[in-house]
Design a protein around this ligand. Structure first.
Ligand code: NAG
Ligand code: NAG
Length: 474
């Protein structure tokens, strides 16, 4: 099948899934994708959380954690404060500061082959020669090709431009954890929005590592086009010397899957602005959840709940029962698997037709981005003291998006680990000991090997709270 046919086929199946509504709820179909691929995705998320844990133990004393995941240093001002004719960098020399970025203003020239960005002083003026090696991804991970950023002393050594652009550029890598849906948004798309929204489309994207993720720019084509009117440049294959009035190298991450408004260069932006941008760019019709006002004529529609199916591990084993509980609580419920390989805008339109997203901790919950503001995210938090991780990845971001957020902590009776390991196992009796033994064990036991069977009676109040939130959001 060609890519286009596959995509149509996927769309058709998605629509079928979405058509399974109300009392006709069925569990998601079995998946055809490879188990290995999905496990890789899980391990990728693992990487993030390991990083967070590491951060928590290695913070220097002058750093204030507002919330974990929002790490702020009083000494750091808003990034990319520009100085015309200069390069201004902020590098992650210290472990808590996740991102490297530079901004060069003036006569800036790029060479894709060398992966270099060079600021050339205006003729007649001299600068201090300086050089930085910048990781063009928002987490300073090993194995990502670095960009050499140079501030030349004078113009004599400058290579002439082969193409001259009159708009600024942002250079970033599709690397690191790219390909995991949560990381795509948290590490790349939200930071890219922060870096480039102020240009109102008059900005060019210079992307590295496209060759390893050829589908990525296709999946996010509409998103990228929403921020930039110009075709992105595949930097690794670029033989030109391009000249720009300004180049930002690298993306900055301050808060997982969110925005710290005070730190946005060029003016405040919030997560509300981000989801508004998504609705505009993806043509999502709903900017408010269904109205549940009692006095409404004709009688109100039921709010729609999307239960996100996971196929291979960390599953909700009794999905049909939970969907029935949602119907009993007053929702129209749909169980669907959202496959990450459809164009993002298509998936977003599906999710935007819902008022509530429900699922177990995992990248699929990133879909809450497409809910109308005032909607609700319900996160099922796996057994094993996973609350902080769950809040960091989705709880606080959901609040920043203007969503109601409720979590449901899986009890020991509801986890598959009880039967698999027995009541005396440390993972059951003493989750703290597992956390002390390090991230790999936490990931393996609580995220990779755990399925849950939710007690519908115990879960019912969470559904009631979600419904109540929708009632009150009008
Ligand atoms: C770009 O850099 C490479 C590697 O340093 C060099 O060989 C090439 O000549 C440069 N391109 C141009 C057009 O100067
Ligand atoms: C389900 O939860 C309810 C309410 O918390 C409790 O009374 C009941 O015993 C639980 N059922 C099972 C099978 O654990």
């Amino acid at each position: 099948m060609t890519t286009a046919t596959k995509s149509l086929e996927r769309r058709r199946r998605q629509q079928q899934e979405v058509a399974m509504q109300g009392s006709e709820v069925k569990p998601g179909r079995s998946q055809t994708g490879s188990v290995q691929k999905h496990l890789n995705v899980g391990l990728v998320v693992g990487g993030l959380l390991m990083l967070l844990t590491y951060l928590a133990v290695s913070l220097p004393p002058h750093v204030v954690i507002r919330e974990v995941g929002q790490i702020m240093d009083h000494n750091i001002k808003a990034p990319h404060e520009t100085e015309n004719g200069k390069v201004v960098c902020s590098t992650a020399g210290r472990s808590y500061d996740l991102s490297d970025t530079c901004q060069a203003d003036g006569d800036v020239r790029t060479n894709g082959t060398a992966l270099s960005v060079t600021l050339v002083p205006a003729s007649g003026s001299e600068l201090e020669r300086r050089e930085w090696m910048i990781t063009p991804y928002s987490r300073k991970l090993d194995g990502i090709r670095k960009v050499t950023v140079t501030q030349l002393q004078d113009g004599a050594a400058a290579v002439p431009c082969t193409v001259t652009h009159d708009v600024p550029a942002v250079l970033f890598a599709i690397d690191g954890y790219a390909g995991n849906y949560w990381h795509d948004y948290s590490d790349i798309l939200v930071p890219l929005f922060i870096a480039s929204r102020r240009y109102h489309g008059e900005v060019m994207f210079l992307i590295t590592n496209i060759r390893l993720h050829p589908q990525w720019p296709v999946k996010y084509r509409a998103f990228l086009r929403g921020l930039s009117k110009y075709d992105a440049v595949d930097m690794d294959g670029d033989a030109q010397v391009r000249c720009f009035p300004r180049v930002t190298v690298g993306l900055r991450l301050y808060k997982e899957l969110s925005i710290v408004p005070e730190l946005v260069p060029g003016g405040r932006l919030s997560m509300a602005d981000f989801t508004r941008f998504l609705r505009e760019t993806y043509a999502l019709p709903r900017a408010a959840p269904v109205s549940l006002a009692r006095d409404q004529e004709p009688p109100h529609k039921k709010p729609r709940l999307l239960l996100i199916h996971r196929g291979h591990y960390r599953r909700i084993l009794n999905e049909p029962e939970i969907a029935r509980a949602a119907v009993a609580a007053g929702f129209e419920a749909v169980v669907a698997e959202l496959r990450g390989d459809a164009p993002d805008a298509e998936q977003a339109r599906v999710v935007n037709s819902f008022d509530v997203v429900l699922g177990i901790h995992g990248a699929g919950l990133t879909n809450a981005l497409f809910l109308p503001p005032g909607g609700v995210l319900i996160q099922v938090v796996p057994y094993g003291k996973m609350g902080l991780i769950a809040s960091t990845a989705f709880g606080w971001p959901a609040a920043d998006m203007g969503l109601g957020y409720f979590d449901y902590d899986v009890s020991v009776e509801e986890t598959s680990l009880l039967e698999a390991l027995g009541p005396e196992h440390p993972a059951i009796k003493d989750p703290d000991s597992v956390h002390r033994s390090g991230w790999p064990k936490v990931f393996e036991l609580y995220l990779a090997k755990q399925d849950v069977r939710i007690n519908a009676t115990r879960f019912a109040p969470t559904l009631a709270r979600a419904l109540d939130h929708l009632r009150r959001s009008h």
